[in-house]
Structures are given as structure tokens and as C-alpha cells.
Design a binder for this molecule. Structure first.
Ligand SMILES: [Zn+2]
Length: 361
């Protein structure tokens, strides 16, 4: 901070604009409390879903979600220059105040000033409760959802109809059973957002969840001689590499895959987002085949598209067909700091002594 204070305003502005994380990833909890609607004076035939800031804290009392909006709130407090930049960013027509729900006065509580940039940011929803389609039970507070254009959900950690991730999108259909995932539940969920344009699943890229490339399979299944060299006719270049372990192959393949996703996203103008810890890149269906989850994720989306096609051909459906674009965002965990290599003080001291002896002689 000390160095930052000495910078000229132009540099400060540039730093702040970069640090503001636009487009950013914002995490919110959405919950439907049917109990509230059943209270005296309320209408049981309607529902009042809420969206609020993630309230999971770590042991230091710091929120666990790394939303871009939290970073922007922190930047406001740095100095006058940063406040100016942030307020200019926030005071745009497409900015949505997520919490509280009504246009309440500015609050001291940071949680209550969560701003989402509808034109740029991505909203990641963690859902608690039971999805009820708004055409079945009209939403009493539509202003909570208006303007939101892009919504996402963590593929392995989402709460639709369940608090725990064992059975994501569990099916409650009476006539058919959608194994593991119910497109109807997702369709109802998407209907909460009247201005939604695209829905994404977010998937963390994991080493263990990648198909191994052909060269790696060849490499790892080939026989080695006593020197650890691979016995081969030498058709594949990589086979000439000395002693490469299974772990190294995986690590290399993982890094290359992530880089490839990132480069394609940049080159093809696909979306990318940033939060305080990670970068998220859009990955197209044609590029994600390397992931073990490829078939599952896109299979879910194809089921959803089939559902929309059926709905369009249904007479007297009773509600509008809510068809949006579907996509996939991939991220990796931030790199961990390299462990400090264990020192061998005795040997080091010995060699130092030897050096000293050599140089003096
Ligand atoms: Zn179902």
C-alpha cells in the first residue's frame, strides 16, 4: 500500500480499473422459503424467492466466496481516486443492486451493497429450497430477477431441490425418471429469470477427469529397458523423453489442456470471468471432449433442448417456452505456492568449508 500511495493518479486509475475485475464472477445464494408464503397474511398461491450474498465465513470471519463485487467494495475504501473509479463503474444503467431487495438507502453493511453488472458480470447461484415454476406459483418480487442476463451453477456443487450435492437436479417426475438430472427442474429454475440469455454450468478442471492423450497412453504402456528408456521403434517423438512418470504426464496434459481452453476462449472471443481467486473460461462443446464429464454435461443440455422442442409443439402449454443458450465455464484451482525444498544444512556447511579451503589454498 505504501508504494501505491506514491503513484500518480493516472497509474492509480489504471491499477484500479484492472483490479475491478470486469467482467466478474459473483456468487449468491438463492432460496425459496415456502414457510414464509404460508404465514397468515401472505398468499400461499404465490412464492417469494430471495437472493442474498453468500454468508459462509471461514475461521477468520472472512467470507468464503471470492465474488468480484466484494473486491470492488474493498477497492472503494482504498483512497479518493479508487472511490471515484469504482463509483463511476457502479453508477451505470446496467448495474443491479442484489441485496437488499428493495431500493433501501445505502447501508454501512457491505453485504447490503452487493452490485452486479448485468451487462458484464456472471451470476453464480447456489440454490436452496424447492424449485416451483413461476407459472405455477407466481413470483411476488419479480424485481429481484429482472435484468439478469447470465446465470451459472457449479456442476458438482449445486443445490437445486437438494441441500447436498449427491443427487444434483434430482428428478421428481411421475411418468419418467431422468437419471441423475432432471431437465424439467432446470427449466423451471431458469424461468425465474425473465431476462436470462444464457445459462452455464461451471466445472472445475481436474487432472483425474481428463482423457489421456494417445501419446501418453502409448508412453505409459510401453516397456522400458533397464536404463528406464522406452523400448520402441521411435515413431512418436515424445517417446524419446527419458523416464517420464505417470504423474508427470498427467500434470503436463492438465496444464496444456487448461492453456488450450484459455487460448481458444481469447482467440474466439468466448466469455471469461474473474473473481478474487480464479479465472473462468468458456469452453465450447467441440473443444471439451477431453473432459470425462463432457458427455454428461452436454447430455443434460441436449435433454433440456429436447424438452424445449417438445414444449414448442405442445398445444395449450399454459406458459411461454423459456429457451436460452447453454454453455460451459471451466476453471482450475489457483496455483499453490511451491513448497520450500528441504535443506541439508550439514552437507551445505561441509561444502562451504570445502570451498573455503579450496579458495584459501
Ligand atoms: Zn424428471
Amino acid at each position: 500500500m505504501a508504494l501505491y500511495q506514491k503513484l500518480c493518479n493516472e497509474l492509480k486509475l489504471e491499477i484500479m480499473q484492472k483490479a475491478a475485475m470486469v467482467p466478474g464472477m459473483n456468487f449468491f445464494v438463492m432460496y425459496v422459503d415456502r414457510f414464509e408464503d404460508a404465514m397468515p397474511g401472505n398468499d400461499i398461491t404465490t412464492q417469494t424467492p430471495r437472493i442474498r450474498a453468500e454468508k459462509i465465513m471461514n475461521e477468520d470471519g472472512v467470507p468464503e466466496d471470492n465474488s468480484a463485487w466484494r473486491q470492488r467494495q474493498n477497492l472503494i475504501k482504498v483512497d479518493a481516486a479508487s472511490e471515484k473509479v469504482m463509483m463511476k463503474l457502479i453508477n451505470r444503467p446496467s448495474t443491479k443492486k442484489m441485496w437488499p431487495r428493495a431500493p433501501f438507502p445505502e447501508s454501512e453493511n457491505v453485504e447490503e451493497n452487493a452490485y452486479h453488472f448485468c451487462d458484464d458480470d456472471m451470476l453464480c447461484i447456489r440454490f436452496i429450497g424447492i424449485v416451483t415454476a413461476p407459472w405455477t406459483r407466481p413470483v411476488t418480487n419479480p424485481e429481484v430477477f429482472t435484468g439478469i442476463k447470465r446465470v451459472s451453477m457449479e456442476f458438482a456443487f449445486q443445490f437445486v431441490n437438494k441441500k447436498y450435492p449427491e443427487y444434483p437436479f434430482e428428478c421428481e417426475c411421475e411418468d419418467v425418471e431422468h437419471w441423475g438430472f432432471c431437465p424439467i427442474v432446470l427449466d423451471k429454475f431458469l424461468a425465474y429469470f425473465p431476462d436470462l440469455e444464457k445459462f452455464y454450468f461451471i466445472k472445475k478442471l481436474l487432472k483425474e477427469e481428463l482423457h489421456q492423450p494417445e501419446w501418453a497412453v502409448k508412453l505409459l504402456s510401453s516397456k522400458r529397458d533397464r536404463q528406464g528408456q522406452i523400448k520402441t521403434k521411435g515413431k512418436v517423438e515424445v517417446l524419446s523423453l527419458p523416464r517420464i512418470t505417470r504423474k508427470q504426464v498427467r500434470k503436463h496434459h492438465f496444464k496444456e489442456t487448461y492453456k488450450k481452453f484459455r487460448d481458444i476462449a481469447r482467440r474466439e472471443g468466448l466469455v471469461s470471468y474473474e473473481d478474487m481467486e480464479r479465472h473462468y473460461y468458456e469452453v465450447r462443446e467441440c473443444d471439451s471432449e477431453v473432459m470425462l464429464f463432457h458427455d454428461e454435461i452436454w447430455g443434460h443440455f441436449h435433454m433440456l433442448k429436447d424438452l424445449w422442442a417438445t414444449q414448442k409443439n405442445t398445444l395449450n402449454l399454459g406458459h411461454e417456452v423459456k429457451e436460452v443458450e447453454l454453455g460451459l465455464l471451466v476453471h482450475i484451482d489457483p496455483p499453490q505456492p511451491e513448497p520450500v525444498p528441504a535443506r541439508r544444512p550439514i552437507k551445505a556447511a561441509k561444502s562451504q568449508k570445502a570451498k573455503a579451503a579450496r579458495s584459501s589454498s
